[in-house]
Each structure stands twice: as C-alpha cells, then as structure tokens.
Write a protein that binds this ligand. Structure first.
Ligand code: GRF
Length: 213
C-alpha cells in the first residue's frame, strides 16, 4: 500500500515510519503547517511533501476534498496521522475506512484533544500511555488498535514524560502501520479490531490477540 503521512510538528514519528521503508511505502507527506520539522525530515528522505493549511477553506469538508485530491495525485491507499492537528471530514474517513490511523499520547478515552501529556500530569495519574486507533469522525474516538501504558514517575515533568511517551510511539506506531500494510490488522464491524497477535511491548509480554475496543 502507498501511504500518506499527515504531519504538523517535529516529525519524530514520521522519521520512525520512514525507517520502515521499503517495507512501508510513503508516497507523500502532508502538513497542515508550513515550515515544520516534519517537512524537513521528509525532504531529507526524498519523500514528496505538500502543505495544506486551513486558510481559504470554508469548512472541514472543503479541506477534506483538497486533501483527497492530493491523495489521488499520489495514488495513496492508506493514511497515517502523526502530529496532524486537524479533524478529518466524513468523506475522507469513509473513503479510507480501516486504512486511516492516528497516534495519541494518552490511554484513550482518557485525555483526548490537545496537550494530552500536560493533561495527564495535571490530573495526577500514575499511569498514562500511547494509543494507536483508527480514525473516525469524532475527536480521538475511533476504534482502538493498540495501547501501551507508560508509568508516570514521581519526578516526571512534561518534557521527561513526553520523552518516555515518544519512545513508545516510535516503537509501536511503525509496527501497527507495517502490520496494517500486510493485512495483519483489520477493522471489523463497529469498534471491533482484529490483530494477528500482540505487539512486542519492548520488555514484558502480554497475552491475547484480539481487542474489542
Ligand atoms: C505525537 O506525540 C503524537 O502522539 C501526537 O502528536 C505528536 C507528534 O510528534 N499526535 P512528532 O511530530 O511525531 O514528533
């Protein structure tokens, strides 16, 4: 499958995905903001880039149409969001059902939206984590593919906790994308998701091969 990666920030997850090439083919990187680190990473890797800001688009649907025009131009079959801070429209979600994924730096449904690491610290949770999920029309609400917990250390601040979360993201997001690409993860009906086996958690192994969201 040829992937589009949608970005808007530093691009550390994009770099982790690009490290999976050639097994994972990335056809284009689209940013909703100009001048971000993710675009430089794509350039350096020789991957085509497009910048699509919200400016000039009356609503989410119009933006989504422009996004899909880019996808058509690059023959895109699957989409990975990595720091892309715009909600996808219903048309894009429907066109890519089961082939559009997002990464969120908390254990959803806790702490959706922006600044999830800050939210977790402010709430005082002792465990937070990373969620990889299919994208639906809601806000960080799509069917969950995989989650991994990250313990909040007593001395953690936003920077140190973000670093721990990033380390997990960089391991599990490319793995999910690679498995989706190979048909080893599938969105079933409703929120049900099939995986061919648990992801390696980088240490302790877990049991079970199916999540019901
Ligand atoms: C990640 O923490 C991801 O969870 C969130 O946005 C951040 C992107 O970071 N959706 P980067 O641009 O990949 O470094």
């Amino acid at each position: 499958m040829r992937w589009a990666v949608l970005v808007g920030g530093t691009g550390s997850n994009l770099a982790a995905i690009l490290a999976r090439r050639p097994a994972v083919e990335v056809g284009v990187v689209v940013s909703h903001r100009p001048g971000v680190g993710a675009l430089a990473i794509a350039d350096q890797a020789g991957v085509a880039t497009e910048v699509l800001t919200a400016k000039g688009f009356p609503d989410r649907d119009a933006y989504g149409e422009a996004l899909r025009a880019i996808f058509r131009r690059y023959g895109i079959q699957a989409v990975a969001l990595a720091g892309f801070l715009r909600w996808l429209d219903a048309g894009t979600v429907a066109a890519f059902r089961g082939r559009v994924v997002n990464l969120h730096p908390s254990l959803l449904p806790a702490f959706p939206g922006l600044n999830a690491v800050r939210q977790a610290l402010d709430w005082g949770v002792r465990v937070t984590g990373v969620t990889v999920h299919f994208v639906d029309e809601g806000h960080d609400s799509g069917p969950i593919i995989w989650q991994e917990a990250v313990r909040v250390g007593l001395d953690d601040d936003e920077a140190s906790l973000t670093a721990k979360i990033h380390a997990v993201e960089h391991r599990i997001y490319p793995e999910v994308i690679g498995r989706l690409d190979q048909g080893r993860i599938r969105l079933l009906e409703g929120r049900r998701v099939w995986l061919d086996g648990p992801l390696d958690d980088g240490g302790e192994r877990e049991q079970g091969t199916r999540t019901d969201g």
